[in-house]
Design a protein around this ligand. Structure first.
Ligand SMILES: [Zn+2]
Length: 196
């Protein structure tokens, strides 16, 4: 086996869910595909990191700053839905019922794993509530120990501010990730949210 093929297999095998066998299959698929496809894939990969930005307002990730959600004037900018990560944002937004804006924490409070309050974007959230005329903050973290602890932390950080803080209803299986919940369950969890 030549070095170039070996290198490609090793690089692809590092991706989550892709073992050595799948990586090998992908590499031979690439070899059999048109060279144009490989060039397009390579170019997209080269430009990928430099094209992606974190939104200064909500910490969403896209190729624009402010992100397409924050720039959308048809949304209700007085309601913020706080999510753990980008896949959760996509899952909630795909339902189409929630038409407010978001705030992405990029993690959950997990002191045992070294993730403390300063590692989440909570200061940025308080700033938005203070300055952007926010009426409601919906905490849509997953129903787990970390998700609940994060919800309480957000509640405390907004205690002095005139804003309604709500938590999505249970109904999502305990400990499961939001992004895997079906759209109807997610919509109902948001609709039945309760003040905390
Ligand atoms: Zn944004």
């Amino acid at each position: 086996m030549t070095g170039a093929i070996q290198e490609m297999i090793e690089l692809l095998a590092r991706l989550p869910g892709v073992g050595r066998r799948s990586a090998t299959r992908l590499v031979f698929h690439l070899l059999e595909s048109s060279p144009e496809y490989a060039v397009r894939l390579g170019t997209a990969l080269c430009q990928f990191h430099s094209q992606i930005e974190r939104c200064a307002r909500c910490a969403n990730i896209s190729d624009r700053n402010p992100c397409p959600v924050c720039s959308d004037s048809h949304r209700d900018h007085s309601v913020i839905c706080v999510v753990e990560n980008i896949p959760d944002l996509w899952a909630i937004d795909a339902g189409g019922t929630y038409r407010g804006v978001y705030h992405v924490l990029h993690g959950l409070l997990a002191p045992l794993d070294g993730i403390g309050p300063d590692d989440l974007n909570i200061d940025l959230l308080s700033d938005r509530v203070k300055h952007d005329g926010i009426d409601e903050v919906i905490v849509a973290t997953r129903p787990s120990v970390e998700g609940e602890a994060t919800a309480m932390l957000i509640r405390q950080s907004l205690n002095q501010l005139p804003v309604r803080v709500t938590r999505i209803a249970s109904g999502i299986p305990l400990g499961s990730e939001l992004e895997y919940a079906d759209a109807r369950t997610l919509e109902r969890a948001i609709k039945d949210r309760k003040e905390i």
